[in-house]
Design a protein around this ligand. Structure first.
Ligand code: UDP
Length: 387
């Protein structure tokens, strides 16, 4: 019989919460260490006490997925309300619809194209000499041509990543569709919604299990790994090794919060694509809960910059070349027998929430299915690992 294991977890965001619940339901004891005063990681939400607006403290998080199991899991802990992300973009003093769709194309070029005409027109603008786009810029030029690329993507991307789009991987742009109809839903997934009472309550409910202990405002240090049978680490992978080979690059975000009466911008997310505008977007949080009524509005102006020690790391920065440092950390991470690295920071991946949950479910299943180690068949502790 598999004995009850004591599992340590660094972080109480989606990854560790999902794994903890899976393991706790199989009888294992999980202790989560979270340095912040709340669970839910960067999808943390809290009601602004004055206005009662549900604020996405670390920037906008919209749940969307094609994965039925993931959708069922989040709905087990929270009611999801219908929500469709309809993003707008301000470019050179005009407002457009995103993602690029037939309305955007007709607005931008002053046309009344049908879908087929728009498709033929965009094909005529596309750089067909690029057969296998590698970079963000090549991907854009290949599929939408220079004018739309420069208006909607170049400036925004320079502000967001501070890297020449020729050095960013095409995968970042592949997140966004181009549509030849008037569908302005930012996402193309079967399920989309917003948690009625916020992500934090959803994660609190996941963690509400007799086998789970959460220690807020408390770090798990790599030196404590040997206190547990196994550790799941959702903190930065380079941080686990004390950044001893150098720090991996991350982007952090600064939010300039402002409040106003009424409706400030009429939508949840307005992107500002011009390079001269210093922020990337303004989010108006009351519009993330369209089923609620508010008279006072809470907004964030979002600025992106290089993450320095002490900042919150948001986006891992992947370039088309030069990932030796990441590979070196990943090789050492893979060699840690008693530690599994999970989540956006632990695996250094740009992950949406549903992908994070899917990866966590798979990780828990693999852990539960693995052959028990000798140390687990006795009362002895697992062998301490050195970094
Ligand atoms: N992007 C852009 N202009 C926009 C929106 C997005 O250039 O108006 C680019 C930018 O490089 C961004 C990427 O597309 O990092 C992915 O956009 P997404 O909206 O998925 O970004 P997230 O919400 O994850 O920050």
């Amino acid at each position: 019989m598999t004995p009850t294991l004591h599992i340590g977890m660094a972080g109480a965001g989606l990854s560790c919460a999902v794994i903890a619940r899976e393991l706790a339901e199989r009888g294992h004891r999980c202790t989560l260490f979270e340095t912040r005063p709340h669970v839910a990681g960067n999808c943390h939400t809290e009601r602004d006490p004055a206005s009662q607006v549900m604020v996405h403290t670390y920037g906008p998080h919209i749940f969307h997925t094609d994965d039925d199991e993931v959708w069922a899991l989040v709905n087990r802990y929270m009611t999801f309300m219908p929500f469709v992300n309809r993003v707008k973009a301000t470019v050179q003093g005009r407002v457009y619809s995103l993602p690029i769709n037939l309305h955007t194309i007709n607005q931008f070029f002053g046309k009344t194209f049908s879908p087929a005409e728009a498709q033929a027109f965009i094909t005529s603008l596309a750089d067909t000499s690029i057969t296998d786009p590698q970079s963000f810029e090549e991907q854009a030029l290949r599929f939408i041509g220079r004018e739309l690329y420069e208006a909607f993507f170049r400036g925004y991307t320079l502000k967001q990543w501070e890297v020449d789009p020729r050095k960013l991987p095409a995968a970042i742009l592949k997140r966004l569709p181009v549509r030849f109809n008037y569908n302005d839903n930012y996402f193309f997934h079967k399920h989309q919604g917003m948690p009625k009472d916020g992500y934090t309550l959803m994660v609190q409910r996941m963690l509400d299990h007799p086998n789970i202990t959460v220690k807020l405002n408390t770090a798990l240090s790599p030196a404590q790994v040997s206190d547990f049978d196994h550790v799941f680490w959702s903190g930065p992978v380079d941080g686990f090794f004390g950044n001893d080979q150098g720090a991996l690059p991350y982007r952090t975000l600064d939010f300039e919060r402002f409040e106003a009466e009424g409706d400030v911008q009429g939508c949840a997310v307005m992107n500002y694509c011009d390079e001269e505008v210093p922020f990337t977007r303004i989010t108006e949080h009351q519009h993330f809960s369209p089923w609620e009524t508010h008279t006072h509005s809470v907004c964030y102006r979002e600025f992106s910059r290089t993450c320095q020690p002490g900042d919150v790391p948001y986006y891992p920065v992947h370039l088309t070349e030069g990932d030796e440092l990441l590979k070196a950390y990943q090789a050492r991470a893979a060699a840690q027998k008693n530690v599994t690295f999970v989540g956006r920071l632990g695996t250094y991946r740009y992950m949406d929430m549903d992908v994070t949950i899917r990866a966590a479910l798979d990780c828990a299943a693999a852990f539960l299915a693995r052959p028990a180690r000798a140390s687990e068949q006795t009362t002895e502790r697992a062998t301490p690992q050195t970094a």
